[in-house]
Design a protein around this ligand. Structure first.
Ligand SMILES: [Zn+2]
Length: 55
């Protein structure tokens, strides 16, 4: 398993995984950016924070 793949799994568990709406690539955002938009590290598109299920 690659370190990147492991980070995606961990991000999924922590709710930090995000899918880019432009290139559809999955990436993990830093926990301090969990509720903020972040630029895609692949295509630089803006990725809004994932909608929370409960709120
Ligand atoms: Zn992207």
């Amino acid at each position: 398993m690659s370190p990147y793949f492991i980070s995606v799994i961990i991000g999924t568990l922590l709710g930090l995984k995000r899918t880019c709406p432009k290139c559809n690539r999955v990436q993990v955002v830093p926990s301090n950016k969990k509720n903020e938009s972040v630029p895609c590290k692949f295509c630089k598109a803006n990725i809004p924070p994932a909608k929370q299920i409960s709120s």
